[in-house]
Design a protein around this ligand. Structure first.
Ligand SMILES: NC(=O)C1=CN([C@@H]2O[C@H](COP(=O)(O)OP(=O)(O)OC[C@H]3O[C@@H](n4cnc5c(N)ncnc54)[C@H](OP(=O)(O)O)[C@@H]3O)[C@@H](O)[C@H]2O)C=CC1
Ligand SMILES: O=C(O)C1=N[C@H](C(=O)O)C[C@H](O)C1
Length: 267
């Protein structure tokens, strides 16, 4: 049995992760952690997640010990960095799905992976993991005059944009093309009074209602357009992927792993 601790356990993903752990035959919930200031501290988890183990309550993240096999973090970048320090101090492997990391925060994650094994993915679904491979094939094989654009849509509460997944798709395409992603990424065209360059990856973003997560990569030229689209309809998809990653990570050596490693899709 893999004993799993979940940070941000009262969040949208935290609650889906509790359900995914309960559904797994190989994992058990070792701790559902919230901030010390949280109104949910010491309250029954079942108040928010009916699938929670009977009698279980939310714990303060500071109370984390070294008895857990794997920690999972889907919070915000600042919170994730604190949780990462706790994982390193306790020598506990960590699965991280938090998006919106800047360069320094990503560097801190990479540094920590020299002390503990980490799986980091900006999307834990099987479909998007495969899509990262498919867009690289399209980018490498289609003619250079194909225009490349990425569209993403999410629920109204999402705070980072473009989504981590959209950026991962763009970075995968740039890598296949031999481009420097930051040089070719176009996040805003409102001040650009010129035609689209062929070495450009344009991003567009929609925030509305309860959309779980949709991503399309467009490869377009005169007279035709290829669209590769992924639509997630349940957060349990991401949560189940993260729990699968946690189980896979338990006995791995220190290092930074991706969902492609977990699924055996690494080229
Ligand atoms: N990789 C993937 O497959 C996916 C990634 N995500 C990413 O997961 C993250 C969380 O998304 P979601 O669950 O929708 O967000 P929510 O806002 O619903 O939950 C965020 C959780 O993080 C906690 N938190 C925020 N800041 C801190 C902090 N400084 N210290 C400790 N805890 C903190 C919140 O606690 P409190 O309530 O007290 O503020 C809350 O429990 C986002 O980055 C999102 O992009 C989401 C889905 C899939
Ligand atoms: O915040 C979300 O909800 C999601 N975030 C991830 C991202 O930024 O790509 C993954 C998923 O699309 C849902």
């Amino acid at each position: 049995m893999t004993k799993i601790g979940i940070f941000g356990a009262n969040g949208r993903m935290g609650l889906a992760l509790i359900e995914a752990v309960q559904q797994s035959q190989h994992c058990q919930l070792g701790g559902a952690f919230v901030r010390a200031s949280s109104p949910h501290l010491a309250q029954p988890i079942a108040n928010l997640q009916p699938q929670a183990p009977a009698g279980s309550t939310f714990s303060a993240e500071q109370q984390l010990g070294d008895e857990l096999d794997v920690l999972i973090d889907f919070t915000l970048p600042e919170g994730m960095l604190g949780h990462l320090k706790q994982a390193v101090a306790n020598k506990t492997p960590m699965v991280i799905g938090t998006t919106g990391l800047n360069t320094e925060q990503m560097q801190a994650l990479e540094d920590a992976s020299r002390s503990v094994p980490i799986v980091f993915a900006r999307n834990f679904s099987v479909g998007v993991t495969l899509m990262l491979d498919l867009v690289q094939t399209a980018a490498a094989k289609l003619a250079d005059e194909m225009d490349i654009e990425i569209f993403e849509a999410h629920h109204r509460n999402k705070v980072d944009a473009p989504s981590g997944t959209a950026l991962a798709i763009g970075e995968a395409i740039a890598e296949a093309k031999g481009w420097d992603h930051e040089q070719v990424a176009r996040y805003d065209r409102t001040q650009v009074h010129e035609a689209k360059s062929q070495q450009e990856i344009g991003y567009s973003v929609l925030r509305a209602g309860d959309i779980v997560g949709e991503h399309t990569a467009y490869f377009a030229t005169m007279g035709e357009r290829l669209e590769l689209t992924h639509k997630a309809t349940s957060r349990l998809t991401f949560a189940s992927g993260a729990v699968r990653a946690a189980q896979w990570l338990k006995d791995k050596p220190n290092g930074l792993y991706s969902m492609q490693d977990v699924l055996g899709l690494k080229k």
